[in-house]
Design a binder for this molecule. Sequence first.
Ligand SMILES: [Zn+2]
Ligand SMILES: [Zn+2]
Length: 136
Amino acid sequence: MRCPACKLALATLEVEGVELDFCVEGHGYWLDEGELEVLLGAEETVLEVGELGGGNGGKGPGGRRPRCPRCKRSMTPVVLFEGLELDLCPVGDGIWFDEGELAVLMTELVRAGRVVADTPLARSLDSLTRHFGGTS
Ligand SMILES: [Zn+2]
Ligand SMILES: [Zn+2]
C-alpha cells in the first residue's frame, strides 16, 4: 500500500498481531477495519467504518480527498470530534489518520471513558514517535 499523501510505500509495525501501516515520511497511519478496536483494546466498535464511510461513492467535497491505499477510491471525511477529521474508505477498507490524529482520537476516547489509557496503541505510538523523531 502507498501513502495517500506522498505515494511512498507504507511501512508496517506489528502491534498485538495487528499490522499498523504508517508513512515513513510521517504523514500518517492506515488501519484496516476492525484493527482500531484491537489496538485500543475496545470491546465495542469504536468506529463503524462501513457505516460512516459509505454513502457518497467517493465524491467528497472538492473532489480532492486523499485516496484509499487499498481500493484507490477517494476517502470520505468524517468529523469525530471538534478538530478531528478522519478519512474513511467509502467501501469500508479502513481509516487513514493524519499524523497526530491517532493520538488525538486516543486521548478523546480515554477522556470519554471508552477505552483505558494503557492500550496497545498507546505503547506503539511511543515507538512510532521515536521513529518519526529522526525524520522531522
Ligand atoms: Zn507519506
Ligand atoms: Zn478502500
